[in-house]
Structure formats: structure tokens, C-alpha cells
Design a binder for this molecule. Structure first.
Ligand code: GUN
Length: 628
């Protein structure tokens, strides 16, 4: 996969197939080879990237089978773009069994020229007891092994029912095979019952245990209501039969839900039917024609949502879109709440900072991955630097521990000077300019009455006190020195602040009091502070860290050949990476070193530590200064 743009776990990527690339996220509309209501040609202007069809239906229908074997799948369907084929698993689940085995079905898909073939995985329903679900996971894995040496891209689905540990096991097993594509299976019944929160568990436990270099597909996730949530959790593809199924029941799909034709009075202007029919005219069409027209409307709704999601990823604002969409249905709100309970995991993949402002809405915002990141920092800071820390934090998810108690127990006992309230938590004032603290647009919502009381209690320590008359001269310098050290600790790891910023550094400050550049006493530039409140390191600054911070911290290790190029200022490509620090945060500065830990360059990592090792195509680190 080639990553074009990313926003946390969400990504815009290109995935190559024998019939051209698929740009994700996208939906593969289901084409029934027997009844082609709307042809792929007609779907192209919507942004169609590929389609999915069922090889089992072709295999069991003699005329289709003969034609497919003779002319190939692409000619049969009348489409020259990427075609994925499913295997008959779902039919096997609905009817009990099918008349072909795994090898036969996969072999057939290869012979007719499918771009992505699917094994005959074993479908488990949400109600399947655990021992049975586990058996299905093992059997699915064995079936993947059966065809492991086949040519072409094979989809190895993750099964495991509603059990997170089985999803993890299944993902790990599939990851160890030659599967080039990973659908998440067995979720259709959850989608049908709006059980999106269980789906969240399933997606997360599958996704984080699969290679980031393979596309992840949500099997049957064809309604746009849940697209943004899935993409936010790292899903790249969907398939949709719902556009036609819903149409047959006179149901119109909208990005946020579904409406019955019998109950609407107006068509939305974006509908392809808007200019052509009144609602009454659609109702009066004969059944077949009506279904076809509604299917056109439904496809438009589906692709419109994909466009919106892509735009949000470009803006790096998908999290806010998800927060907004959560309000469109209580089941989505429940799913959103579940997503927030995984903030400690999501945080690992969140960028250091984003292009968009951070929106603080309500109590849900207090459980955001960024809050998780800051809390983790302040907690570790408190335990490691008890004497001179300023931190503190409120754990909204720890209902037994109130803010007032916290202030009484912890905050007042330590030697702290400054603290600000942000997003339902208390953060060190030194981090005031860092993303997302300064870039927050707040509703002013306060998570609970106790938070206001706690704020009053800490008022004497608030940072604004330091901006007034009482805070000048030496005090300003002392605060700024604390600030640059704490930002460095937060950005690069505990202890880095003191490694690079000695007591005698020169701190350049703008007219408005904003820190801009930090130089050594001798005048060598160490780092500059950007508008997002974080540092860009110079090579000199990086070398100060490199000589004091032990590997693998902050390192991206590359081959000797690559290191020579990177030392001249050229970017690092994924394919030359030999290792990376697991804790690297996407868009943060990293040390580019060779196998002997010789520092070649400093640059900005495009992805997180784990992803640096998994992707194989494109730019991994944008070097801003090389050694030479
Ligand atoms: N279509 C919907 N769900 C599934 C699944 O779990 N496996 C396969 N192969 N196809 C599906």
C-alpha cells in the first residue's frame, strides 16, 4: 500500500491490482453477474475504484461459468477495472453448505482472472459460542494455508465472532500467511442490528494485529452511516449490496440513515433523481424501474460519503467528523463511546499535531486520544520528577476520584507554579502552546460541577498570573526555560529537555512573547518552535540528543547506502528502513541513523514507529537537515 495521506489510523492509500490501482478508502459495489441492474460503466463517474462479485454464483451457473472460463471475468462483467471476487462463504452460512471446497473455489477465481480472490472462510455469527468460533478461526487459517502458494492477491478474512481475543488470534494467524488483503468477516448480523459498538471491538482488535501494509476490508459494511467510524479505525474498503437490496424495499439511503419512499415528501438536491422526478412520480413507477432508480440514488449517497471522508482525511479532521456523526443515531453514539475507550491505543497512531483546530464539544471530548496522550505524559512526569513538576491531570473515567480531591491530594503537595485547565483535565502551563491545547476551539462545556470547584481551587496557580505584572524579567526566563524543557520532554521523551537545553541557552522570543528559536551559549541553533508549539530540531540539536539518549529511542535505522543519501539531505524511503523506535509519533522529528548508530540526518517521520517498519512504498521520513 502506498500511503498518500493519513489522519491517525485513517488513510488515503493506493493499492495495486493487475487491473490498476484502487484508491482507498472506497466501496466496491456488489455486482450480481446474473442481473446487472446498474453497470460498472455507469458507476464510473461516481468515483468507482473497483467492484466485487461472487465467484460461487458464477461457478454454479453453467452459462456464466463457461463464459467466464472462456472470456475471463472482466469480459463477463464488462468492466476493465479491479474486480474482487467473494467465495460463497456467505451462501454457505445461509444455506448450511455449498457444493465446492476451498481449493476448487479459489482455483476457479484464479482461472477466470479475478484481481483479488477470497478463500472459503468459515463464517461465524455473533451468537456463535466461543469454542466453535475458535474452531472456525483455525479452519479459516488452514484454508488459507491450503492456497498459500497460489499466484495473485488472495483475501484472507479475519473471523472470531464477537471475541476480541479470537479476532486478535485470527488476525495474527492471517498475518503469518501470504494473504495480500484482509477482510473482516462475520459482521453482517451486527450491521443489520445496528450493533456498532460490538463492531468497534471487532475492528480494533483485528486492525491492530494485522500488517499495516495490507488493505483492510469490512465485509458487508455497505451502509454509509458507519463508514467514517470504520475508516477512523483503519478500515480501507467496504462492499455494498445494500444499494440494491434497500432499493428493492423502496428504501432510500442517506449518509446518516435510511428513509422509506412512502414517508418522504422531498428528494434531497444531491440525489440523481432530484431533477428527474417528484416523489410521487417515483412512487408511481413500476416496481422494477423504481428499484433501479432508487439504487442509483443509493449509490450516490454511498460515494458521496466516501468523498466527504476523504476530504476530512486531507484536512486531518476525521475525528471531528466522527464526533459529529455520532449524534445521528444513538447506536452510533454508543459506538463512539466505545471508540473513546480505546483512546490509549488510538493515541499511538495519532499525529503529533494536525492542520485543523481541535474541537472540544463535551464530556466525550475529554476521552479523546490526545487527552490520553497528555495524561500519560503528565502522570509519568509526576512520578519521575516529583520535585519540580507542574503537572496535573484529571481522570474523567475515574469517577471515585474527584478533581477537588485530586488537587488536595496531589497537586498542592508538589512544588508547582502553573497549571491550566484544558479539555476536562489539568495540564502543565508549559504545554500551553502545543497542539491541541492552544489550537482548541472550546464549547466551554465543563465535564462535571467538581471540575469547576477544582478550577477555583487552583486559581492562584493559573498561568495567567505569570503573564501579569508579577511575572517578568528573571521569572519570564525561568518559566521559558521550564517550558522549552517540558515541551522537549513531551515531544521527545522524558529527560530530553535537560539534554538539549542547558541552563545557559539563549531563548529567542518574539515581540508578543512567543518562543521562536533556541540557541546554545555559543550561538548554535538547537531548535525552533513552530506555530503548533513543538520543536523542529537542527542537526546540531539532534546530535545533542543522539549522544545522550540510548538507542533505539527516537531512531529510524536505515541501510548504509540510504544513510549516505540522507546525510546529504534526501528523504528516507520505507524500503531502506531496518528498524525504528516503537514509540515514534507520526509527524514528529526523528534521528536517522545507520546500522552502527551513526547519525546521518534529522527529519520528520510521516507515520508512527510501528508503521515505519511495515510500509514498503513511499517517503517515510522527510529529512530537514543532513550531516553533510
Ligand atoms: N460476506 C459477508 N460476510 C462475509 C464473510 O465473513 N466472509 C466472506 N467470504 N464473505 C462475506
Amino acid at each position: 500500500m502506498k500511503i498518500e495521506e493519513r489522519d491517525g489510523l485513517a488513510r488515503i492509500a493506493k493499492f495495486e491490482t493487475p487491473h490498476g490501482p484502487i484508491e482507498t478508502p472506497t466501496v466496491l459495489p456488489v455486482i450480481n453477474p446474473n442481473i446487472m441492474n446498474i453497470t460498472p460503466q455507469e458507476m464510473k463517474p461516481l468515483g468507482l475504484q473497483g467492484i466485487i462479485t461472487n465467484s460461487y454464483i458464477i461457478l454454479r451457473t453453467p452459462e456464466l461459468r463457461e463464459r467466464a472460463l472462456r472470456e475471463g471475468l472482466h469480459s463477463l462483467i464488462g468492466y476493465d477495472g479491479p474486480i474482487m471476487t467473494d467465495s460463497g462463504t456467505f451462501q454457505s452460512y445461509v444455506y448450511g453448505s455449498i457444493e465446492f471446497n476451498n481449493r476448487e473455489v479459489v482455483d476457479f477465481q484464479r482461472r477466470i482472472g479475478s484481481d483479488i480472490s477470497t478463500i472459503l472462510d468459515v463464517f461465524t455469527t455473533p451468537g456463535t459460542p466461543k469454542p466453535e468460533a475458535e474452531k472456525a478461526v483455525i479452519e479459516t487459517y488452514n484454508r488459507m494455508l491450503e492456497v498459500n502458494d497460489e499466484e495473485g492477491i488472495i483475501a484472507g478474512p479475519v473471523q472470531g465472532g464477537v471475541y476480541p481475543d479470537l479476532r486478535q488470534k485470527s488476525a495474527e494467524l492471517m498475518n503469518s500467511t501470504n494473504a495480500g488483503y484482509h477482510p473482516i468477516g462475520g459482521v453482517v448480523p451486527l450491521l443489520e442490528t445496528y450493533d456498532y459498538s460490538t463492531l468497534v471491538d471487532i475492528i480494533i482488535n483485528s486492525k491492530i494485529n494485522l500488517s499495516f501494509n495490507k488493505p483492510v476490508h469490512l465485509f458487508g459494511g455497505g451502509h454509509p452511516m458507519f463508514f467514517a467510524f470504520s475508516v477512523y479505525l483503519g478500515v480501507d474498503l467496504f462492499d455494498s449490496a445494500s444499494y440494491i437490496k434497500y432499493a428493492k424495499d423502496d428504501r432510500l439511503i442517506y449518509p446518516d440513515g435510511t428513509r422509506d419512499l412512502a414517508r418522504i415528501t422531498e428528494l434531497p438536491q444531491w440525489s440523481p433523481l432530484y431533477d428527474r422526478y417528484t416523489v410521487k412520480e417515483i412512487r408511481d413507477l413500476d416496481k422494477e424501474r423504481r428499484s433501479l432508480e432508487i439504487a442509483r440514488h443509493n449509490l450516490k449517497a454511498i460515494f458521496m460519503e466516501i468523498s466527504e471522508i476523504k476530504e476530512r482525511i486531507y484536512e486531518e479532521g476525521l475525528a471531528q467528523y466522527v464526533a459529529q456523526k455520532a449524534r445521528s443515531h444513538p447506536s452510533l453514539m454508543k459506538a463512539y463511546s466505545r471508540i473513546m475507550s480505546y483512546s490509549n491505543i488510538l493515541e499511538k497512531y495519532e499525529d503529533l499535531s494536525k492542520k485543523t483546530a481541535y474541537f472540544f464539544y463535551d464530556s466525550f471530548s475529554t476521552r479523546n486520544p490526545y487527552v490520553s496522550r497528555i495524561n500519560r505524559f503528565t502522570e509519568s512526569y509526576l512520578s519521575s520528577n516529583k520535585k519540580d513538576t507542574y503537572a496535573f491531570t484529571y481522570r474523567a473515567w475515574n469517577p471515585g476520584y474527584t478533581n477537588s480531591e485530586f488537587v488536595r491530594d496531589v497537586y498542592q503537595k508538589i512544588d508547582c507554579n502553573a497549571l491550566i485547565s484544558w479539555s476536562g483535565t489539568f495540564v502543565p502551563a508549559e504545554l500551553e502552546n502545543t497542539y491541541p491545547i492552544e489550537q482548541t476551539v472550546s464549547s466551554g462545556f465543563e465535564p462535571d460541577p467538581d471540575f469547576s470547584r477544582a478550577k477555583d481551587l487552583i486559581a492562584p496557580f493559573r498561568v495567567d498570573m505569570y503573564k501579569g505584572e508579577k511575572f517578568e524579567g528573571e521569572q519570564v526566563r525561568s518559566f521559558n526555560l521550564n517550558k522549552i524543557r517540558m515541551v522537549a520532554d513531551y515531544q521527545f521523551g522524558s529527560g530530553v529537555g535537560r539534554m538539549i537545553f542547558r541552563d545557559d541557552v539563549r531563548i529567542n522570543v518574539s515581540k508578543t512573547g512567543r518562543i521562536r528559536g533556541i540557541l546554545s551559549k555559543e550561538g548554535r541553533q538547537i531548535a525552533t518552535m513552530r506555530n503548533d508549539g513543538f520543536f523542529t530540531l537542527t542537526y546540531y540539536g539532534a546530535s545533542l540528543i543522539h549522544s545522550q539518549l540510548k538507542p533505539p529511542a527516537m531512531r529510524v535505522t536505515v541501510s548504509k547506502e540510504s544513510a549516505e543519501y540522507n546525510a546529504k539531505g534526501y528523504s528516507v524511503f520505507f524500503k531502506f528502513i531496518l528498524g525504528s523506535d516503537e514509540n515514534i509519533i507520526a509527524k514528529n522529528d526523528v534521528l536517522v541513523v545507520d546500522e552502527d548508530d551513526v547519525l546521518a540526518a534529522v527529519g520528520k517521520a510521516m507515520v508512527s514507529g510501528r508503521e515505519l517498519r511495515e510500509y514498503t512504498e513511499g517517503i517515510a521520513v522527510k529529512v530537514h537537515e543532513g550531516r553533510d
